[in-house]
Design a protein around this ligand. Structure first.
Ligand code: FES
Length: 178
């Protein structure tokens, strides 16, 4: 993924959150503070609207006293980080081999049709963003997608209809038991 240059007014962690950040950093030996980077980026997404602007990444670099490029490298490598504003719910659909063999392509096409948006885009109502992801560790339960901390597995068109309807009503859909 390349770095998208999307700007946002600089935001800073609350005093309480900064204390949490500093406690996290303190868990690592001197000179190894960069190890806290990914967790801090997740915190920044949680606190600053669900995505990482250039200003936010620069801010995180300042906190860790590292070069901004070191933050960009991580944020652009991992697909779980959002580099532009997203919808309320982000669907990350696994497209790696095992899921592809059981129909992830069809699921991706159906999601695009159903939500009237292409992968990488956000629906006009701001509810859903579609993304693809590499293996999410549920290879035996594909096709699958992740939304926040929730996995949705054994996807079919009917199941997708149910999942979307549930999110639209503000309820995180229950996952089918494995
Ligand atoms: S290949 Fe899809 S979860 Fe592993």
């Amino acid at each position: 993924m390349s770095l998208k240059i999307i700007h946002q007014e600089r935001q800073e962690f609350s005093a309480e959150r900064m204390a949490e950040v500093q406690a996290l950093i303190a868990q690592y030996p001197e000179g190894k503070h960069k190890s806290a980077l990914m967790r801090i980026l997740h915190m920044a997404e949680e606190d600053f609207g669900g995505w990482l602007s250039v200003e936010t990444m620069n801010y995180v670099a300042e906190i860790l006293n590292i070069q901004a490029i070191e933050v960009y490298e991580v944020a652009t490598f991992y697909t779980m980080f959002n580099l532009e504003p997203t919808g309320k719910y982000v669907f990350e659909v696994c497209r790696t081999g095992p899921c592809m063999l059981v129909g992830s392509d069809n699921i991706i096409a159906y999601l695009e049709e159903k939500l009237e948006v292409k992968m990488g885009g956000t629906t006009a109502d701001g509810m859903f963003t579609l993304k693809t992801a590499e293996c999410l560790g549920a290879c035996g339960y594909g096709p699958m997608l992740q939304c926040g901390k929730q996995y949705h597995e054994h996807l079919t068109k009917d199941r997708i209809d149910e999942i979307i309807a549930s999110y639209r009503s503000g309820v995180v859909p229950k996952e089918i038991a494995r």
